[in-house]
Design a protein around this ligand. Structure first.
Ligand code: SF4
Length: 274
């Protein structure tokens, strides 16, 4: 069975940066807290916990130490609160997410109603909402149909698919008088989606590796599934099942932006040894 890994797969720049910044703080031997899991990969979060990074969901009750802001960002009110408490804040928000936060703030300051294309429950989206005076989150064309307003500004969660953003914007264009759009899907997401699409066309089975809570991994799975019906989302090599590969000659692997290289390698080795 031939195993091919997608050209662009695994750790992106934002995730690498967040991990590096956190490890720098760990070296200082201070108490380090991460406000929510630093990235959406349980194996990496667990490794960081072993190095001393404590994951917290609120800074209530924290009196000292360093608070690292996760790659997905947080609402500005949370950062302010941490600083007011005298805590040192290390901002590991991905610069692409930061840029989206700035667009949301700017649109809001200019009295646009902000439409965020994304998942309501995702931490990045919750963070973005904190920058808007008036905002709504939509995740489908059907939801776009319900939007009304004269001045609408659109941004996207950085890990959405371009086709969804295009379809939503297309719907909004039909009825909104003034529409301002910022395509904030990050380049790492676009590259990974393109490579995954290309590979999924040429394989019998496609394996998508990454955290079950990772938005960009789930999107890769959705995209691959539409092209290759034998598609599986796993977090670890141990989850691979022999019966998935009956009659399979070529298997493709792609991985979300928060999947470490060693996990991809373990999956590759497992498949090659089958
Ligand atoms: S997927 Fe994109 S936005 Fe998210 S951390 Fe990576 S580079 Fe940043």
């Amino acid at each position: 069975m031939k195993v091919i890994v997608a050209d662009n797969a695994g750790f992106c720049f934002g995730v690498k940066r967040a991990i590096a910044l956190t490890r720098e703080v760990v070296k200082r031997k201070q108490t380090v807290y991460s406000l929510g899991p630093l990235i959406h990969n349980p194996q990496v979060v667990e490794a960081l916990q072993k190095e001393g990074v404590k994951v917290i969901n609120t800074i209530d009750g924290i009196k000292e130490g360093v608070v690292v802001i996760r790659s997905h960002g947080v609402p500005p009110q949370m950062v302010r609160k941490a600083r007011e408490k005298g805590l040192e804040v290390v901002d590991a928000t991905c610069p692409f997410v930061k840029e989206t936060q700035n667009f949301v703030k700017m649109l809001s300051d200019e009295d646009y109603r902000v439409v965020i294309v994304g998942d309501n429950n995702h931490p990045e989206v919750k963070g973005l909402l904190g920058y808007a005076k008036k905002a709504v989150v939509i995740n489908s064309v059907d939801e776009a149909k319900k939007i009304r307003g004269r001045k609408i500004g659109v941004v996207s969660q950085t890990t959405q698919s371009t086709s969804k953003l295009i379809n939503v914007v297309d719907e909004l264009l039909k009825k909104v008088e003034e529409l301002r759009i910022f395509n904030t899907i990050c380049s790492a997401t676009v590259e990974r989606q393109k490579s995954a699409k290309k590979l999924a066309k040429d394989v019998d089975v496609m394996i998508v590796v990454g955290g079950y809570n990772s938005s960009n991994t789930r999107r890769l799975y959705d995209i691959c599934k539409t092209i290759c019906s034998c598609c599986y989302h796993i977090e670890r090599a141990e989850e691979v099942k022999k019966e998935w590969f009956k009659g399979c000659k070529v298997v493709g692997i792609t991985a979300g932006a928060s999947t470490p290289d060693y996990v991809i390698e373990e999956v590759r080795e497992t498949l090659e040894n089958m």
